[in-house]
Design a protein. Structure first.
Length: 540
């Protein structure tokens, strides 16, 4: 069982109201038509019937002519369906967004003709996700999808050239009417304080009027290409600034969004980095090499002009430590991201079955516990793990601990115990069917579930929470067991994320009740034993 240290907390979200829960395993006739109005005669009796008939016939004739004229004009109008770029709309009729009805030669039939979309008329998300197709080679595209609250993403196609001297990207022969765009390519758009620290990229559309000459073939006024990248090999521009360095944010804000955005290129993509960090490349190079076949570019200090045929500025993000298959053009999910991690750390084939020793108890590498300053009675918890049938190992995680070392330990573990914190992110290395036990301090129920509980279940792990009782929290001694801080954390949380973080994340230690925690451990051990037995029976 693995308890991860490095109690870091930099999740900046507005916490939701807490609904208390006990520690438990988390599983996986038609209305009638209105009566018709009374029938009225169109023709009155008595004298003057014929003249009245003629007078009434004239407006009907005019109405008939107008109706025919309207039907003939239908092809000149179009149906427009507007929606946010990041959403996919399904309508009851296929291709309803682009059709025209024509007056047929036969009076008994109608012809429906589908229009051909130009690249400029497609949603920007279709270009970003690779769903728009190549289109005419000479037709350039510049668009931005700003519909998501977590990130802005822009797409360029055509003659794309970098100008690092002014932190800009130039698109020559841009579509008529294109305007400059500014984007900070980091996935915490909702958090102004951190976004203000991210370098901004300016996308400048260029045409014949402002300096490209006449036509695509005139390069006399264009920046000369120092490095011309192969056609069909796009660039993806992103930032490694912000909270990079905190393992949760390294994965949630960087690596997973990079996978979402770039995996469809199967390595034929160039990464252009803002706030280039060599230590980040050293730490995650094995993962990045699974996504790109090319050397990465330092946008700030590489003064050369790089030329591309296509570029994406910014990264897609779905949710906390998540890859939503419904939002991926090829249906990839978080399991595919984990497979990439295994490949990067030289584990190309990792089984999902959890092994046990011959006596039915978890193997020697079953449970791992790292030292953590917030778990004050760690020796008692180690003893409880041993009594439950686990063979506990304590991991002392530090920022310089090589990821292959952490990966090798966790991929062979049957369970991991961790106090809520950034280091819980390492559950991404664990096999489906293993158990994540998260110790949840006071006031952190929502964060624990949103940041780690739900993502772990989506990965196929069995997830269980141990919720700290008031008397197990150091806040009880600091504020009093009957204080508002201890008895009603929602009051503090209502004051905002930073106040909640200061009290419950930065200042709270826990002393777990060994007896109560031992009961949870025994349930976890029994679950693992039963799951493995069922798995072996199924194989037979």
């Amino acid at each position: 069982m693995e308890q991860l240290g490095q109690h870091q907390h930099h999740h900046h979200h507005n916490p939701k109201p807490h609904v208390p829960r006990s520690s438990s395993w988390i599983r996986r006739s038609p209305s009638p038509s209105p009566p018709s109005p009374p029938h009225k005669k169109l023709w009155g009796g008595g004298g003057g019937g014929r003249s009245r008939h003629v007078c009434r016939l004239v407006p009907l004739l005019v109405l008939t002519v107008y109706s025919i004229f309207t039907v003939v004009r239908i092809p000149n109008y179009s149906l427009v369906v507007s929606t946010a770029d990041s959403e996919r709309v399904e309508l009851p009729r296929e291709d309803v967004e682009a059709f025209k009805t024509h007056l047929p030669s036969s009076p008994n039939s109608l012809e429906v003709r589908k229009e051909t979309h130009s690249p400029a008329s497609l949603p920007c998300s279709a270009h970003i996700n690779g769903e728009a197709g190549g289109g005419p080679a000479a037709e350039s595209v510049l668009c931005c999808d700003r519909s998501h609250y977590r990130s802005d993403v822009c797409y360029l196609r055509g003659d794309v050239r970098t100008d690092p001297s002014i932190s800009s990207v130039l698109l020559y022969n841009a579509p008529p009417g294109s305007a400059p765009e500014k984007v900070r390519p980091y996935t915490r758009k909702f958090e102004d304080s951190v976004m203000n620290t991210i370098d901004e990229v300016t996308i400048v559309p260029m045409d014949a009027v402002n300096g490209t000459g006449d036509g695509a073939g005139d390069n006399s006024l264009r920046w000369r290409c120092d490095v011309r990248h192969p056609p069909g090999v796009p660039a993806v521009v992103f930032s490694t600034g912000g909270y990079t360095g905190n393992v949760y944010h390294d994965f949630n804000d960087g690596l997973i969004p990079l996978f979402i955005t770039a995996q469809r290129f199967a390595g034929e993509v160039v990464f252009v980095m803002l706030e280039y960090r060599y230590w980040w490349l050293d730490r995650y190079g094995a993962v990045l090499e699974q996504l790109t076949n090319y050397k990465m570019i330092d946008f700030r200090y590489d003064r050369r002009v790089h030329c591309f045929s296509e570029m994406i500025v910014g990264l897609r993000i779905h949710d906390e430590l998540a890859v939503d298959p419904k939002l991926m053009p090829n249906g990839k999910g978080i399991q595919d991201f984990q497979r990439l991690l295994h490949q990067g750390y030289s584990l190309t084939a990792v089984g999902s079955d959890v092994g046990v020793a011959a006596d039915g108890a978890p193997g020697a590498r079953a449970a791992r516990l790292p030292a953590n300053r917030v778990l004050l009675n760690l020796p008692h918890i180690v003893t409880a793990c041993r009594r439950a049938g686990f063979a506990p190992h304590v991991m002392n995680l530090r920022g310089q601990t090589p990821l292959p070392t952490i990966h090798a330990a966790l991929v062979s573990a049957e369970a991991m115990v961790a106090v809520h914190g950034a280091a819980v992110t390492h559950f991404l290395f664990m096999r489906p069917g293993s158990v994540l036990i998260q110790i949840v301090p006071l006031g952190l129920d929502w964060a624990a579930d949103a940041f780690y509980g739900k993502p772990a279940q989506q990965l196929g792990l069995d997830y269980v929470e141990y919720k700290v009782a008031p008397e197990e929290s150091s806040l009880a001694a600091e504020y009093g067991v009957n204080s508002t801080v201890v008895r009603d954390p929602s009051v503090i949380s209502s004051r905002g994320w930073w106040e909640m973080k200061k009290v419950y994340m930065d200042r709270q230690n826990v002393t777990v009740n060994a007896k109560r925690f031992g009961e949870l451990l025994r349930a976890a051990r029994l679950h693992l034993k039963n799951a493995t037995t069922c798995g072996k029976a199924a194989v037979r």
